[in-house]
Design a protein around this ligand. Structure first.
Ligand code: B4P
Length: 195
């Protein structure tokens, strides 16, 4: 199986690149942002709980997100692999994901971390906010999300670096340029594994 974590700050292009990676590798998409937004839109108990965290730019509590991931993965045991988009976002979530992968008899192949500077991130998210209707795409919430990312999420990269799985990719450029960089990182990793 090929299991990719697409990592990076809000607006780095995780959702954008996930769509292309799914097409290329036939992976199953697991986006905690999309799952939470769908719960929110359906006004489920979980969605109502998540709403206040998302609208303020905070992370949804680990136990909620982990429960949601376990539900999503159960019953999908076999397949070409997964692309994790926006998950894990804390070191606790990373440990849980590693445990879950072991339970499924597989492991994370690579973490691709998209690097984009803060000015560009803010610009992209405010631009998306003009049309997305997303409650968290406004300047105040975007700044908060970046602060939360730097404090709570960025340490997750060191977790996978210690496992020799981190690959840092420049996230500036056109969508297809960045996609080519990601595919090169994935094939280098696969070559290395086979060799
Ligand atoms: P997410 O939905 O994961 O959203 P994101 O970080 O905003 O976006 P992404 O990086 O995918 O950006 P995109 O490709 O769309 O999270 C939303 C919220 O949900 C979080 O703040 C949190 O509250 C909660 N949450 C989610 N997962 C959680 C977890 N595991 N634990 C706890 N809470 C969790 O790109 C952004 C924009 O840039 C788009 O408009 C795109 O068109 C543009 N763009 C992309 N690539 C570009 C390029 N190369 N050049 C120019 N523009 C580009």
């Amino acid at each position: 199986m090929l299991n990719i974590i697409l990592f990076g700050p809000p607006g780095a292009g995780k959702g954008t690149q996930s769509e292309k990676l799914i097409e290329r590798y036939g992976l199953l998409h697991v986006s905690t942002g999309d799952l939470l937004r769908s719960e929110k839109a359906n006004k489920t108990e979980l969605g109502l709980l998540a709403k206040k965290y998302i609208d303020e730019g905070h992370l949804v509590p680990d136990e909620v997100v982990i429960g949601m991931i376990r539900n999503k993965l159960s019953g999908n045991l076999l397949g070409p692999g997964y692309i994790f988009d926006g998950f894990p976002r804390t070191v606790v979530q990373a440990h849980e994901l590693d445990k879950l992968m072991t339970e499924l008899g597989t492991e994370i192949t690579i973490m691709v971390s998209l690097e984009v500077d803060e000015n560009e991130l803010v610009k992209r998210l405010l631009k998306r906010g003009e049309t997305s209707g997303r409650s968290d795409d406004n300047e105040e919430t975007v700044r908060k999300r970046l602060e939360v990312y730097n404090r709570e999420t960025s340490p997750v990269a060191s977790h996978y670096s210690r496992q020799g799985k981190l690959s840092v990719v420049n996230g500036l450029g056109t969508v297809s340029e960045i996609f080519d960089r990601i595919c090169n990182a994935v094939s280098d990793k696969l070559k290395f594994q086979v060799g």
